[in-house]
Design a protein around this ligand. Structure first.
Ligand code: ADP
Length: 167
């Protein structure tokens, strides 16, 4: 059975991530989207919110499952017995970091191979970071997000600007 893991922060999931997941789902019988807790990165959304957004975005995609990931990817791969890692490559700027990660993961688990997929050119310049920066300033970024993530983002910034709305 050909299986792969697509790890990331997904803070929040964008249409670029969804594009990569769709491509991976055509290549592999099963794809585990692993949402990394990544507290050191100070995410805007906690891991439960990020998992919920990813689950909504991939609902109906056959063979795609969503898990949260706390700790090393190499340990997760061994635990799941899945040794193919999917990563997205956009512009040249992704290359150096992704290359370091791929080689470090292979050092930690020699069986681990990284497969790079490139999204539709519409998403080459799309990142969670830019979506958050523009959304925070009140810009409409819904064209770049799955509907549920767009809702979560709007609510998050409404809550942050008016803390009474929380809870
Ligand atoms: P991380 O914090 O692990 O980089 P991200 O959620 O930012 O997590 O990204 C997860 C993976 O998806 C990375 O390989 C990243 O390069 C890729 N990715 C992010 N945005 C896009 C996009 N618009 N198109 C293709 N791949 C993307």
């Amino acid at each position: 059975m050909s299986r792969a893991i697509y790890p990331g922060s997904f803070d929040p999931i964008t249409l670029g991530h969804v594009d990569v997941i769709q491509r991976a789902a055509q290549l592999f019988e099963s794809v585990i989207v692993a949402v990394a807790k990544n507290e050191a990165k100070n995410p805007l959304f906690n891991v439960e919110e990020r998992v919920a957004m990813v689950e909504d975005a991939v609902a109906g995609l056959p063979g795609v499952i969503v898990r949260s990931l706390d700790g090393l990817l190499a340990d997760f791969a061994r635990q799941e017995e899945v040794y193919v890692m999917i990563r997205g490559l956009r512009a040249v700027s992704d290359f150096e970091f992704e290359f370091q990660m791929a080689l470090m993961n292979r050092h930690l688990e020699p069986k681990l191979e990284t497969v790079f997929l490139t999204p539709n050119e519409n998403y080459i310049f799309l990142s969670s970071r830019i979506v958050k920066e523009v959304g925070r300033l009140g810009g409409d970024v819904s064209a770049f997000l799955p509907p549920s993530a767009a809702r979560f983002l709007k609510e998050k910034f409404a809550t942050l600007s008016d803390p009474k709305k929380s809870g």
